[in-house]
Design a protein around this ligand. Sequence first.
Ligand SMILES: Nc1ncnc2c1ncn2[C@@H]1O[C@H](COP(=O)(O)OP(=O)(O)O)[C@@H](O)[C@H]1O
Ligand SMILES: O=C(OP(=O)(O)O)[C@H](O)COP(=O)(O)O
Length: 477
Amino acid sequence: MASAAAPPTSLSLAARAASRAAAAPLRRGGLAAARQPARSLAFAAGDARLAVHVASRCRQASSARGTRAMATMAKKSVGDLTEADLKGKRVFVRADLNVPLDENQNITDDTRIRAAIPTIQYLLGKGAKVILSSHLGRPKGFTPKFSLAPLVARLSELLGIQVQKADDVIGPEVEKLVAALPNGGVLLLENVRFYKEEEKNDPEFAQKLASVADLYVNDAFGTAHRAHASTEGVTKFLKPSVAGFLLQKELDYLVGAVSSPTRPFAAIVGGSKVSSKIGVIESLLEKCDILLLGGGMIFTFYKAQGLSVGASLVEEDKLDLATSLLAKAKEKGVSLMLPTDVVIADKFAPDANSQIVPASAIPDGWMGLDIGPDSIAAFNAALETTQTVIWNGPMGVFEYDKFAIGTEAVAKKLAELSRKGVTTIIGGGDSVAAVEKVGVADVMSHISTGGGASLELLEGKELPGVTALDEAATVTV
Ligand SMILES: Nc1ncnc2c1ncn2[C@@H]1O[C@H](COP(=O)(O)OP(=O)(O)O)[C@@H](O)[C@H]1O
Ligand SMILES: O=C(OP(=O)(O)O)[C@H](O)COP(=O)(O)O
């Protein structure tokens, strides 16, 4: 296993010039989306893990109002709001109900709907009127294909009440429906992105959205990295503006557990390209003890070390960056491990011929599509020593069964560690799909509902949808 702290033997191998055509990277929305495994994350209306989290949040709110167990949770929470604050109040709830639909408008993965339920249920239980808002896809204007109508039945089923649906987002029809909404009722607004003003964060539009409500709850973690009218602009017009339970849980794990981890803390970063993970790797190098790298990005590291990578995916313009990341890991005393063996293929296809070779012996014309068995064993041994693990990005082209072994091995190892009490965090995107594929999603400590948002958080960026919310300690309702 290569380690920045203890350089690998492969480093001493003679450099061989290799400038081969890179394997075409698979993009999310490409093969991954086409094969989209049904996501069924650990959240459910009656999900024990989230229920416990919500209950503990409510206890914290009532017993230590304004003081957070986790320093990162400096935002006021929906759990801080009591029945006196909520009864009869109109609450604008921004959720991320951006779920995949098939060609017949059937929901193929209801994870995000289920994840939004605890906050809505809490508000309904306190006698509030919930005005529920979300986007779906990236529509250009009013487009029936992107209507939120297909979500009404599932929402109603999970909440155990008939959810009302508006055909608009703002305007007289919405005002009328809100006026008729009983305490404990839910009105689902139409896709907020039907108005271009949403993504422009237009203040007038935000004010119109806010005009039908008394207070605001943001539970849309997957959209919290967007400064849009319904995630950021609306907070200027509604007080209090507080975080929902899902948003809190995401922050607790992706910021709290990562910033103050129980050590040893390992980060596993994979995925297609180093360029899309630079920020994450740099940020995690500041915090972790062990960094395991896999996926397409490893070939850029190999090449930077003078190894021949055949036809593997390489970013020629990131060779210096790879070298500097290795140096930074060494400087920080982080044990950076690169796979020592890889599964190579003669073409980028599910039925390609394959073989296992040392990372230093990739023949011309062959491309690395997965990590090998020695690497899996070494990664497992390193992970065995940890108390906190965060994972972002697959170890190989896991969409093809033949090259899914490394990714599945990581998923299985993290499941085993979770059962032993290790905190395991899956940071969104394709790693979530991999965990789902292996069927171990429900044992992980946390699986993020936001791909882009979780990446930005792990990079250390602020999310506008979170920043805009009221501070916990300073605001009184
Ligand atoms: N060795 C490899 N060569 C080419 N593509 C790879 C390789 N390993 C993984 N990938 C691809 O990387 C993609 C995921 O990359 P990325 O989008 O960066 O991860 P994530 O979605 O987890 O953030 C997957 O589609 C996977 O097939
Ligand atoms: O699906 C989403 O993001 P993700 O694909 O990064 O997890 C969110 O709903 C945000 O959608 P957007 O990227 O169109 O703003």
